[in-house]
Write a protein that binds this ligand. Structure first.
Ligand code: NAD
Ligand code: TDX
Length: 351
């Protein structure tokens, strides 16, 4: 089987590529990635010479490139992760989210349909990886997002992902394209770009800079270790039902401030600093526009039907994550030079 994985040089994609390349030596894995600021082939140094792996540089928003690629490579399946993924960037530059997340997804759907339909869809699958943010925002009650929760996206990022989810389902209902979808909560772990809360905080703590907490730090997210997301994607890809959606989460809700305090304590412990040192760097800043209050995800369907569950506790995953960043300063230094500095300056201007 030849699988086209899009966005494989990014955070989650690189863990999915590594898992599939090493676990399935009989599969050919093609990694299609535009190498935007978030894509980094350093993430895949350990698998780049594997005989069943190949990297292709290209933009999913470029329709003629995608059509030619499908005609030439004839992939049997697609696992689609390529996206613009950062909510704050979507607030300042929404159109790049429309181009990649919406138009890019439709280009892939069209190319898959054109390639697969003439011979029948048997043995093919278009798997779209999405987010819990499409469901909107919850209050602090017991409610959780299920696969039946109505869509209510509220940021340009979540609106673009919701749109792409709808297009994927529309290609299933209208053209019979075999699809699978999953909506996952916040991931954390190695290779996470330091614009997102956890790697940003680790990076800033290690360099003695303030850690920005938006608003009062009350917002709640559910966190899942990235390697557990990769095993969930493996389970859905191989065992999920055609046309079905699976919610994926860590049963692990944290208020942002409590999470940052815990992270500060882990960093103090790992760097042999006196407990409480890092917490002094916490800085409350202006809130994110339209900041969703709480995400909470009910993963019982994937757990009960596909037998998936997270392999590590949050404490274990966070300790592994901090260890990874402290041991990979070169990776952090390379991704936090150049364009990152400009982004950061804009991000904190006026905050
Ligand atoms: P990321 O930003 O780290 O990586 C995205 C990758 O896509 C990068 O390698 C980038 O170069 C590539 N890419 C971007 N635009 C492209 C284009 N036009 N053509 C080809 N490649 C392009 O993102 P991530 O955090 O790894 O997220 C991967 C997927 O998982 C996304 O679809 C995201 O919506 C979804 N998701 C992320 C999370 C999370 O917590 N990070 C949670 C749930 C779902
Ligand atoms: O500096 C910060 N300070 C802060 O308080 C940053 C960057 C974030 N935050 C808050 C905003 C959120 O409530 O922390 C929380 C987490 O923020 P992000 O790491 O930006 O993640 P989030 O906005 O929740 O979205 C993430 O999870 C779902 C991913 O970026 C998405 O791609 C994914 O779909």
């Amino acid at each position: 089987m030849k699988i086209l994985i899009t966005g494989g040089a990014g955070f989650i994609g690189s863990h999915v590529v590594r898992l599939f390349v090493s676990k399935y030596p009989d599969y050919q894995i093609l990694n299609l990635d535009a190498l935007t600021y978030a894509g980094n082939l350093e993430n895949l140094r350990d698998v780049e010479n594997a005989p069943n792996y190949r990297f292709i540089k290209g933009d999913i928003a470029d329709q003629s490139f995608i059509d030619q690629l499908f005609a030439h490579e004839e992939p049997d399946a697609v696992i689609h992760l390529a996206a613009e993924s950062h909510v704050d960037r979507s607030i300042t530059d929404p159109m790049s989210f429309v181009k990649t997340n919406v138009i890019g997804t439709v280009n892939l759907l069209n190319a898959a349909r054109n390639l697969w339909h003439p011979g029948g869809y048997d043995g093919h699958v278009f798997y779209h990886v999405s987010t819990d943010e499409v469901y909107g925002s919850l209050d602090f009650g017991p409610e959780m997002f299920t696969e039946e929760t109505s869509y209510d996206p509220r940021s340009p990022y979540s609106a673009s992902k919701a749109s792409s989810d709808h297009f994927v389902r529309a290609w299933h209902h209208t053209y019979g394209l075999p699809i699978k979808l999953s909506n996952c909560s916040n991931n954390y772990g190695p290779n996470h770009f330091p614009e997102k809360l956890i790697p940003l905080a680790i990076h800033r703590l290690r360099t003695g800079q303030p850690v920005p907490v938006y608003g009062k730090g009350e917002n709640v997210r559910d966190w899942l270790f990235v390697k557990d997301h990769a095993t969930a994607i493996d389970a859905v890809f191989h065992k999920g039902k055609n046309g079905d959606t699976y919610n994926i989460g860590g049963v692990n809700e944290w208020q942002n401030l409590k999470l940052i305090e815990l992270l500060c304590d882990v960093v103090d412990q790992k760097t042999s600093q006196e407990q409480g040192t890092s917490r002094k760097l916490i800085k409350f800043v202006t809130d994110r526009a339209g900041h969703d209050m709480r995400y909470a995800i009910d993963s019982s369907k994937i757990m009960n039907e596909l037998g998936w569950k997270p392999s590590v506790t949050f404490e274990q995953g966070l300790a592994q994550t901090v260890d990874w960043y402290l041991a990979n300063e070169e990776w952090l230094n390379s991704v936090t030079s150049g364009a990152y500095q400009d982004y950061n300056q804009k991000q904190y201007a006026g905050r």
